[in-house]
Design a protein. Structure first.
Length: 348
C-alpha cells in the first residue's frame, strides 16, 4: 500500500464521499415526511424494508414500475429549474402502477451525475419527495451515483422505481365490454413524453428557454417544465367505488398507442375530439412544428393524461370520484367492436 505524499485518493479521482453523505443527511427530513403504514426503515441502510401486513394487505400481489423523465431533463438542466422534475419522475411510475389497479406503496430513485452538487441533487430529491407525498407512497431509498467522466459538467440523469400492491383477483383491466364509456382526465401540459420533438420545435422556432411564453405568462422554459399530473388519488377513489374496468396512462404514443394496451381482442376505442379543447401549449406545438393531427395524437397527450374505462351505468360515480380529487373529467368516447382507436371531430 502506498503511504507517501503523492498517493492518490478517491476524492482526487472525482468522487466526493463526504458530499454524498451530506446529501443523505439533507434529504432525510423530506423522505421522512413521506412515511406511511408499512415503512419499517429509513434512509442509510443497505436495503429498505416494507411490511405489507402493516399496510393493510392480506393476500397481496406486488406490482412494479420503472421510468424516467426523458429529455425533459435537458430543459431542467439548461434552465436551472430543477424543483419539479422529481415530481415528473414519481408521476411517470405511479400513474402506471394504478393502471394495474395497484396502490403505490414505496419509491426508490437513482440519481447519476459526473460531479455531485449537493444543492442541485437536494432540489431534485425534494421534488421526488413531494411527488411521493402526493401519491401516498413512501420514499424509502435510492442511489446517488457520482461517476466522473460519464456525464458533462452540470448534467445528471434520473430513474425511478415504484412498487405497489393489490389484493389477489383485483387487478385491472378486467371485464371491458362494448358500450363502456371512456372518461378522459385532463393533463397539466406536455407531462414527460415527446420532449425530443418539443425541443426540436423550440429550436426551429428560434426561441430560447428564457423567452416569453407564446401562449401564456412566464417563460417558455418554465411553462414546458410544468409537472406531470399525479392521478393516483383519483384513480384509487374510483377503484374503491368499484366503478372502473380499466385505466390508461397517456404517455409516449398518446391516445393512439396507449388505449389499445388495455383493450381486449375484438374491441376498440371511439374518441370524439370535439369534447375537449386542445390546451394552448399543444396548439402552439402543432402550429410551430407544422404537425398533423395524427402526429399530435400519437406523440402527445393533447390535454388528456389519463383515461378511465367505466360501465355506462357507473359514469356519474366514476366522474365524481375523479373530480373530488381535483381532476377535470370529460366523456370522450366509448368502447366498440373492432381494433385500435378511431377518431371523430378535430383537435382544436
Amino acid at each position: 500500500m502506498t503511504t507517501g505524499k503523492n498517493g492518490l485518493s478517491y476524492a482526487e479521482a472525482g468522487v466526493d464521499i463526504d458530499a454524498g453523505n451530506a446529501l443523505v443527511d439533507r434529504i432525510k427530513p423530506a423522505a421522512k415526511a413521506t412515511a406511511r403504514p408499512g415503512v419499517m426503515s429509513g434512509l442509510g441502510g443497505f436495503g429498505a424494508l416494507f411490511d405489507l401486513k402493516a399496510a393493510g394487505y392480506s393476500d397481496p400481489i406486488l406490482v412494479g414500475a420503472t421510468d424516467g423523465a426523458g429529455t425533459k431533463l435537458r430543459i431542467a438542466i439548461d434552465t436551472g429549474e430543477l424543483d419539479s422534475v422529481g415530481v415528473d419522475l414519481v408521476a411517470m411510475c405511479v400513474n402506471d402502477l394504478v393502471c394495474q389497479g395497484a396502490e403505490p406503496l414505496f419509491f426508490l430513485d437513482y440519481y447519476a451525475t459526473g460531479k455531485l452538487s449537493v444543492d442541485n441533487a437536494a432540489r431534485v430529491i425534494d421534488g421526488i419527495a413531494r411527488g411521493c407525498k402526493g401519491a401516498g407512497c413512501a420514499l424509502i431509498g435510492g442511489e446517488t451515483a457520482e461517476m466522473p467522466g460519464m456525464y458533462p459538467p452540470g448534467d445528471f440523469d434520473l430513474a425511478g422505481f415504484a412498487v405497489g400492491a393489490i389484493e389477489r383477483g383485483q387487478d385491472l383491466p378486467r371485464g371491458i365490454t362494448k358500450g363502456d364509456v371512456l372518461l378522459g382526465v385532463a393533463s397539466d401540459g406536455v407531462h414527460s413524453n415527446g420532449y425530443s420533438l418539443v425541443r426540436k420545435i423550440v429550436e426551429v422556432s428560434g426561441l430560447g428557454w428564457d423567452a416569453s411564453c407564446p401562449w401564456g405568462g412566464g417563460t417558455l422554459g418554465a411553462e414546458l417544465l410544468r409537472s406531470t399530473r399525479l392521478y393516483v388519488q383519483g384513480a384509487m377513489a374510483a377503484i374503491r367505488e368499484d366503478c372502473v374496468r380499466a385505466f390508461a396512462h397517456i404517455t409516449g404514443g398518446g391516445l393512439t398507442e396507449n388505449l389499445p394496451r388495455v383493450m381486449p381482442e375484438g374491441l376498440r376505442c371511439e374518441i370524439d375530439l370535439d369534447v375537449w379543447e386542445l390546451p394552448p401549449v399543444f396548439r402552439w406545438l402543432a402550429e410551430a412544428g407544422g404537425l398533423s393531427q395524427a402526429e399530435m395524437l400519437k406523440t402527445f397527450n393533447c390535454g388528456i393524461g389519463f383515461v378511465a374505462v367505466v360501465p355506462s351505468d357507473k359514469v356519474d360515480v366514476a366522474r365524481y370520484a375523479l373530480a373530488a380529487e381535483g381532476h377535470a373529467v370529460f366523456e370522450i368516447g366509448r368502447v366498440a367492436e373492432g381494433e385500435g382507436v378511431s377518431y371523430t371531430g378535430a383537435l382544436g
